[in-house]
Design a binder for this molecule. Structure first.
Ligand SMILES: O=C(O)CCC(=O)C(=O)O
Ligand SMILES: [Fe+2]
Length: 765
C-alpha cells in the first residue's frame, strides 16, 4: 500500500500560514480630494496640464546608498513631492485605504494590526524609472512598502518584485478610472520600476508598519515543504506510470473551512487552506501534476437503533431524531464534483468517483460532522435506518500525464463528448496520424476502452445511438484500426456491451479491416454474445454478408458455425433467463437473417440449421416463427435454396393438415365442457355449457365465487361472454354463450389458406 497519502498530509499539516512575498489587486474607489501645496486640487484621472504643474512643484527623487541619499537619474529618474506638501482627504479615502490594507494583509499573510504611513507622492513622466533596489527602513516597525497607483493614463512603468528565486511583474494600471491599483511587498524584496513609455504614472507610496513592538512580519516561507511535496508527487507519478501499481490514481486533500459551490475558488480560500493551496500549486507545477479544487460528497446509509424508550412522556408523539443511534454503515458512496481550475477556466470534469485509497490522510473523512442526517423508524419487515451526507471542499491532484485516466472515472457521459471534440478538431485540421490531436484521441480512447463496461440498467427507449456505436463511429472517423480492434474485442467479451443497434457501426468498422481479421472478430463477437443476443448476432452475420466484402464459403464459416452452435434447441434445456427487458423469445427475423447468411456462406450449414429447427418445433414454432419467416424468404433471393424449400415444405404440411380438419358451425347452443375445475360452481357452469337450449346463465354469488368462475371460463377459453349485473347484492355474473371458438377456427383457416398461397402451395380449397 502506497504511503503517499499520509506523507502528503503530514507535510501539508505544517503549512498553516497563507501569504506570499507580494500582494496586488485593484479596488473600486471614490476619488479622494488630493491637494498639493503650490498646485491646488488635483483632478482624477490626472490631466496633462496638472501633471506639468505637479512636476514643476516636485523635486528629483533621490535614492539611498549606505548612509547617503543621492540623486542620479541613471539610477532613479522620477519626481517626488513630500508628505508635508500633500493632503489626501475625502469621506471615501479612509475606507478605500483600509480595504486596500485588508487585501494586502491577506495577500502578505499578516494577521497582526498594520498601519499605513504616507511616505511620498511620485510622478513618473515619460522615460521615468527606478532601477533595482531594496527599500531602506524609513520608520521603526516598517516591514513592507505599499504602492497605490492613481488613475492617470500611462504605459510602461510596471513594478517588478523579486524574492529569493521568484519574480513577479505587477502592471498597476487601471483601465477603469473608478478603480485604483495597488501593489505591496515585503521590505526584503528587491524591486524596480520599468521605464514609463508614455503618459504619466501617479503613485502614492506608503510605509507599512507594525505599530506594536515585537517581531516584524516576514513572508511565509514553505520552500522546504514545497520541495518535499514536489519530490513526493514526482515519485507518485513515476509509480503510476508503471503497469502494475497499487498507487492511488488521484490524491484528495480535504480543506479545513467550509465553502459552498458558489464560494469555491482558488482566490477565495481562507487561512491555512490558502496556504496549502499555494504550496501545493507550486509543487504540482514542479512535479507536472494538475491541481483542482472540488467538492467531495459522502453519502452513507445503514442500520440504526431506537434508544428513546426511556422517555415515557413522549410515548404518543413521533420519535425524535436524537432518540436513535447508528449501528452500522451499510452503504457508502463518495464522489467529487464542482471542479475549479487554478486558472479559473471552466473544467470538463463531471462527477468522479473516489477510491478509498485516495484520501490524504487516509482517515481524513472520519469524525466529520454530517451536513444532513435522517433516521427512519422501523417498519413491518425492516429495522430502523439512517442516512447522512457530508460535503467538504478538497484539493485534488493527479499527474498531468494521467489526466485521461482520471477523466475516464467520470464515465462515458464526459469522455465521449471529449473524444468527439478531439476527433472533430483533428478532422478539420487536415493533419495525419502524427498530429498531437490524433495522439490525444488515441490515448484517451485507450483509457476509455480499458475501463469500458456494459450499459447500466436497461437500455433507454430512445433511438439515440448507444455509447458503443458513438465510440465506434469516432474511432472510424479517426481511422484508428488498433483501437477499433481493441474495442471490438471488448464488445466480443460480452457482459452487456453489445446491442443490436451497434451492428451498423460494427459492420462499418469491420470494413476497415482485412476480410480475414473482420471474420475472426465477428466470430468472437458471436461466440461472446449469442446466448444473450441471438437475434442481434444473426443480424450482424447477415449484414456482413450483405456488405459484399466476404467471399462465398470462405472466411465467415467460423462465425457462421459459432452462430449455428448457439441456436437453442430442447426447451427443457433453455438457458437461464436474462434481465427482464431482454426479450429472448425467438423471432422470425432470426430465421430470415440466419438462412440468408448461411445460404451464402455454406449451404450445408444452412441445411443443418433448417433440420435442427424442425427437430425442435416447440422452440421454432411453426405458427409464430417459421411461417412468418417463410413468408419473407419465399420472396427473397434464396427462395429456391434447398434449406428454404425444406422449411417451406414443413410449413405447408402443417398448414394443410390444419386446413383438412373439419370445420362446421355449431348447430345448437351446446358448447365444449372440459373444465379445469370440478367445484360446485364450475359443475353448474359445465351443465350450462352442455345444455343445447340455454343461452344465458345468471350466477348470483359473492365476489370470490364470481371471480373463480370467471377464471375458469377464461382458462378453458369457453365460448361465453361475461358481464356483471350490479343490481342487488351479491352481484350477478351474467354468462352468455357465443361462437368464439368457431370464429377463431374459421379465422385461422382463412389465414392458413392465405399462407399456403403465399408460400406457393397452390390452390387447396
Ligand atoms: O513607484 C513604485 O511602484 C515603487 C517606488 C519605489 O520603489 C520606492 O519609492 O522605493
Ligand atoms: Fe522602492
Amino acid at each position: 500500500m502506497s504511503s503517499i497519502t499520509s506523507e502528503l498530509a503530514a507535510v501539508l499539516a505544517t503549512v498553516r500560514r497563507p501569504g506570499d512575498f507580494f500582494a496586488s489587486g485593484a479596488i473600486e474607489f471614490l476619488a479622494p480630494q488630493l491637494e498639493v501645496e503650490g498646485v491646488g486640487q488635483i483632478a482624477l484621472p490626472l490631466l496633462s496640464t496638472q501633471a506639468k504643474q505637479l512636476i514643476a512643484a516636485a523635486e528629483r527623487a533621490p535614492y539611498g546608498r549606505g548612509e547617503q541619499t543621492l540623486v542620479d537619474t541613471a539610477i532613479r529618474r522620477t519626481w517626488q513631492i513630500g508628505p508635508d506638501q500633500v493632503r489626501i482627504q475625502g469621506r471615501g479615502w479612509a475606507r478605500t485605504l483600509s480595504a486596500i490594507l485588508a487585501r494586502v494583509c491577506d495577500g502578505l499573510g499578516v494577521t497582526e494590526p498594520v498601519q499605513a504611513e504616507f511616505y511620498k507622492l511620485l510622478i513618473y513622466d515619460e522615460g521615468s524609472f527606478f532601477a533595482s533596489h531594496r527599500d531602506t527602513e524609513k520608520a521603526p516597525g516598517m516591514f513592507a512598502t505599499l504602492v497605490v497607483v492613481l488613475p492617470s493614463p500611462s504605459a510602461g512603468g510596471e513594478l517588478v518584485v523579486r524574492h529569493k528565486d521568484r519574480e513577479v511583474r505587477l502592471d498597476l494600471h487601471c483601465p477603469d478610472p473608478s478603480e485604483v491599483a495597488f501593489g505591496a511587498f515585503y521590505a526584503d524584496c528587491v524591486h524596480e520600476v520599468l521605464p514609463v513609455t508614455s503618459g504619466v504614472r501617479l503613485a502614492l507610496i506608503y510605509n507599512l508598519l507594525r505599530p506594536e513592538p515585537g517581531r516584524l512580519p516576514e513572508p511565509p516561507s514553505y520552500a522546504s515543504q514545497q520541495t518535499r511535496l514536489a519530490t513526493l508527487l514526482q515519485a507518485w507519478g513515476a509509480e503510476l506510470s508503471r503497469s502494475t501499481t497499487d498507487a492511488p490514481e488521484k490524491l484528495i486533500f480535504p480543506l479545513e473551512h467550509a465553502y459552498t459551490s458558489a464560494q469555491l475558488g482558488f482566490g477565495a480560500l481562507k487561512g491555512a487552506d490558502a496556504a496549502a493551496a499555494a504550496v501545493l500549486r507550486a509543487a504540482a507545477q514542479a512535479a507536472d501534476c494538475d491541481l483542482h479544487l472540488a467538492l467531495i460528497s459522502v453519502q452513507e446509509s445503514g442500520s440504526a437503533e431506537y434508544t428513546g424508550y426511556g422517555s415515557s412522556y413522549r410515548r404518543w408523539s413521533e420519535p425524535d431524531e436524537d432518540e436513535f443511534e447508528e449501528v452500522e454503515v451499510l452503504d457508502r458512496y463518495i464522489a467529487l464534483s464542482t471542479w475549479r481550475r487554478p486558472d479559473g477556466q471552466p473544467s470538463v470534469l463531471g462527477v468522479i468517483p473516489v477510491g478509498d485509497d485516495e484520501l490524504c490522510p487516509p482517515d481524513a473523512l472520519e469524525e466529520l460532522e454530517p451536513d444532513e442526517e435522517h433516521f427512519h423508524e422501523a417498519t413491518g419487515n425492516e429495522g430502523a435506518s439512517f442516512e447522512r451526507t457530508y460535503r467538504r471542499a478538497t484539493l485534488v491532484l493527479w499527474p498531468r500525464q494521467r489526466f485521461f485516466a482520471v477523466l475516464c472515472q467520470a464515465g462515458v457521459a464526459v469522455t465521449l463528448p471529449y473524444l468527439a471534440d478531439l476527433t472533430e478538431r483533428w478532422l478539420s485540421s487536415d493533419e495525419d496520424h502524427t498530429s498531437p490531436l490524433w495522439g490525444e484521441a488515441h490515448e484517451l480512447s485507450g483509457h476509455m476502452i480499458s475501463s469500458w463496461h456494459g450499459q447500466d440498467g436497461y437500455p433507454s427507449r430512445e433511438k439515440a445511438p448507444t455509447h458503443a456505436t458513438q465510440m465506434l463511429i469516432l474511432l472510424i472517423q479517426l481511422r484508428n484500426k488498433s483501437r477499433l480492434e481493441a474495442f471490438l474485442t471488448t464488445i466480443a467479451a460480452g457482459s452487456g456491451v453489445y446491442a443490436e443497434g451497434d451492428n451498423d457501426a460494427i459492420v462499418q468498422a469491420l470494413g476497415l479491416m482485412s476480410p480475414q481479421r473482420a471474420a475472426a472478430l465477428t466470430q468472437q463477437i458471436i461466440t461472446g454474445n449469442a446466448t444473450t443476443s441471438l437475434t442481434a448476432c444473426g443480424n450482424l452475420l447477415a449484414r456482413l454478408v450483405a456488405s459484399g466484402e466476404h467471399g462465398r464459403g470462405g472466411d465467415l464459416r467460423g462465425a457462421a458455425t459459432a452462430l449455428v452452435e448457439a441456436l437453442p434447441g430442447d426447451p427443457q434445456r433453455a438457458p437461464a433467463q436474462g434481465p427482464w427487458w431482454q426479450d429472448q423469445s425467438l423471432k422470425p427475423r432470426l430465421v430470415i437473417d440466419l438462412l440468408e447468411a448461411l445460404c451464402w456462406i455454406d449451404p450445408r450449414l444452412a441445411d443443418d440449421a433448417a433440420g435442427y429447427m424442425l427437430t425442435w418445433p416447440q422452440t421454432y414454432s411453426l405458427d409464430t416463427v417459421l411461417i412468418p419467416a417463410m413468408r419473407t424468404l419465399v420472396q427473397s433471393s434464396i427462395a429456391r435454396e434447398p434449406p428454404v424449400q425444406r422449411l417451406r415444405d414443413a410449413c405447408l404440411d402443417h398448414l394443410r393438415a390444419r386446413i383438412a380438419r373439419p370445420l362446421v358451425a355449431p348447430s345448437n347452443w351446446s358448447r365444449a365442457t372440459v373444465l379445469p375445475c370440478q367445484c360446485r360452481h364450475c359443475t353448474e357452469l359445465s351443465r350450462f355449457l352442455a345444455d343445447p337450449e340455454q343461452t344465458t346463465w345468471a350466477f348470483k354469488a359473492v365476489e370470490a365465487d364470481r371471480s373463480h368462475v370467471e377464471q375458469t371460463i377464461q382458462r378453458a377459453h369457453c365460448d361465453v361472454d361475461i358481464t356483471t349485473d350490479r343490481r342487488g347484492r351479491p352481484y350477478t355474473l351474467v354468462c352468455t354463450k357465443n361462437h368464439a371458438s368457431y370464429d377463431r377456427r374459421a379465422k385461422q383457416r382463412r389465414k392458413d389458406l392465405e399462407d399456403v398461397i403465399h408460400l406457393g402451395g397452390g390452390d387447396v380449397s
